[in-house]
Write a protein that binds this ligand. Structure first.
Ligand code: SF4
Length: 327
């Protein structure tokens, strides 16, 4: 999603007369589009400030802008350095300056109405805001006309999509409409939520001949108590059943997932449930992250009590399973 935003922010800057510089040293303006999902991403911005400070000493007129997902507490600190802070917003109306000639990112929504206890998105991006389906279709058509071969539909939880102009158009119907656009291209999307991944959506995916046969379905944990504390609203069994249903309809599909290791109070036994389910499902790929306490979230009130060394150990176990058992 940040990549899609960056392409649209680049278009805004171009309209203002900016041209891309080869390096930050050559630039008169540096804009950072940041992410707050993990503390490491925030720390990287603090690291960049040190470099930019040195640049500003040599080039006092250098302008710096910060935008993206920024937590309130960080905003105050960043405001002391950056010339401008731009609020995160929908860039739906902006035509992107695509970085890739064959892959196009098409945002279908921004923000999220869910409340996963570890996640900052509802606080940094706000409530769910869906894009008009006609606008989406128009943009997809223009990409196809330009020869793009891969269309990524993007949203924090794509299954929650409903067109603001026509409530009967949900994500399933939107997929069908995109699939019906003539042309030689593949459709992919991210991210869906397992809690409302309906049978109807599985049926449509199986029927859409342009679907790219790849799905990232975040599992986060394989233990019911942890899933409950994360407020994910599904059980490990329900997740497994969903994967089985998807594979029954689409046996060739490649599946990836997101896992968080070391959620507060995650015992070794609870982690073993995750490792077991992870092994059984045989994902093709996985985004494994060590839990990072995010200010403002419900989980922030819980003690981040799993030592980093233990989180790293759990991450390594999952990576080894993936290497050995991944499809
Ligand atoms: S559904 Fe995704 S974006 Fe929304 S709160 Fe949960 S993890 Fe965050």
């Amino acid at each position: 999603m940040n990549k899609a935003d960056s392409e649209r922010i680049a278009a805004i800057l171009e309209k203002k007369g900016c041209k891309p510089a080869k390096t930050a040293r050559e630039a008169d303006l540096v804009l950072i589009n940041m992410c707050s999902v993990r503390q490491s991403a925030v720390d990287r911005v603090y690291g960049k400030i040190n470099n930019l400070k040195k640049l500003k000493e040599k080039k006092p007129k250098l302008k710096t802008i910060l935008t993206g997902c920024i937590l309130k507490k960080d905003k105050k600190k960043f405001a002391m350095f950056f010339n401008e802070i731009w609020d995160n917003k929908n860039y739906f109306k902006e035509k992107p300056k695509c970085q890739n000639k064959s892959i196009a990112f098409v945002p279908i929504s921004n923000g999220c109405n869910n409340a996963c206890t570890y996640c900052v998105v509802p606080y940094t991006r706000g409530a769910l805001n869906c894009r008009d389906h006609q606008e989406i279709l128009k943009e997809v058509k223009s990409f196809i006309k330009k020869g793009f071969k891969e269309i990524w539909l993007l949203g924090q939880n794509v299954n929650d999509y409903h067109s603001p102009k026509n409530k009967s158009i949900d994500f399933t119907k939107l997929l069908k409409l995109v699939n019906d656009i003539p042309g030689n291209f593949r459709i992919l999307f991210t991210s869906p939520h397992p809690k409302n991944f309906s049978d109807g959506l599985i049926d449509i995916l199986a029927k859409c001949e342009k679907f790219g046969n790849y799905l990232n379905l975040p599992m986060q944990s394989g233990n019911n108590q942890i899933l409950k504390r994360m407020k994910r609203n599904y059980t490990a069994r329900e997740y497994k059943k969903l994967i089985e249903k998807i594979r029954r309809k689409m046996p060739e599909i490649k599946l990836s997932t997101d896992i968080i290791v070391g959620f507060p109070k995650e015992t070794k036994k609870q982690f073993q449930d995750t490792a077991k389910l992870f092994k059984e499902i045989k994902f093709s790929w996985a985004y494994i992250s060590k839990y990072s306490s995010r200010p403002g979230t419900a989980a922030f009130k819980l003690e981040d009590d799993i030592p980093l060394s233990e989180k790293k150990k759990r991450e390594t176990i999952l990576r080894e399973i993936l290497k050995k058992h991944g499809k």
